[in-house]
Design a protein around this ligand. Structure first.
Ligand SMILES: CC(C)(COP(=O)(O)OP(=O)(O)OC[C@H]1O[C@@H](n2cnc3c(N)ncnc32)[C@H](O)[C@@H]1OP(=O)(O)O)[C@@H](O)C(=O)NCCC(=O)NCCS
Length: 200
């Protein structure tokens, strides 16, 4: 694909390029991710991608599947682009990849992520793609200001039909839209806590 005069592409994350993802994330995000995070990213298959602009790594996206609260949700852990390469469609390229994955899978209730409440560019970006703020978690982050996080969520239309038996046992998850986490449940688990003790 050609964007802003440059060639863009997505590529897999491998042991050969994972250091580039680490470097990129350390520049783009105010939080640091531990070795377990990157170990899991190497196993994530299509849920992790590097974004290239003229063969240079300029972005990265890492997701994982969250099965808490009786739902199947895709959690975007990181999606970022180097500042000089923003507004060229790199973020869209990465998010489209995620949206296609979810559509192809057909069994996700929603896609969600956390953003710092002052991250206006990310909020505008995600709103453009149908995400909305469904919750604000006070003091979600440690050691960064502001510490509050919005939860951004996009409900998905499940396309996979459940069996009759499943529909009887779980009548509320039979292929309809999910409302997602709309509560102010302060005990809601923090999907980032596996991966760093510092901020998220
Ligand atoms: C959020 C982020 C990934 C967007 O990446 P990007 O490559 O600049 O986004 P795109 O160029 O694909 O933008 C797609 C659309 O999103 C919207 N958008 C993106 N950035 C925006 C901004 N700063 N202000 C308003 N709208 C914005 C626009 O509608 C844009 O389309 P347009 O350029 O045709 O108007 C980037 O700003 C970033 O890396 N931020 C730091 C990391 C981060 O906060 N990630 C989010 C938490 S995981």
């Amino acid at each position: 694909m050609t964007l802003g005069g440059g060639r863009t592409a997505l590529g897999e994350v491998t042991t050969h390029n994972i250091k580039q993802l680490k470097k990129l994330n350390s520049v783009v995000f105010p939080v640091s991710y531990n070795d377990k995070f990157y170990k899991d990213v190497l196993q994530a298959g299509e849920l992790a991608r590097l974004a290239y602009y003229n063969d240079v790594v300029v972005g990265g996206v890492c997701c994982r599947i969250d099965l808490s609260e009786g739902q199947r949700r895709l959690y975007i852990m990181t999606l970022g682009c180097l500042a000089p390469y923003r507004r060229l469609g790199i973020g869209r390229l990465m998010l489209d990849h995620v949206l296609q994955y979810v559509e192809k899978d057909g069994s996700f209730d929603s896609i969600f992520l956390h953003v710092q409440v002052n991250n206006e560019s990310a909020i505008s970006f995600y709103q453009k793609f149908g995400f909305s703020i469904v919750e604000t978690k006070p003091a979600y982050y440690k050691r960064i200001e502001p510490a509050d996080a919005h939860v951004l969520l996009r409900a998905e239309q499940k396309t996979l039909r459940k069996t009759n038996e499943e529909q009887v046992n779980h009548p509320t998850v039979n292929g309809t839209m999910s409302n997602g986490p709309t509560t102010n449940n302060s005990n809601h688990h923090n999907p980032h806590q596996h991966y760093n003790g510092r901020a998220k």
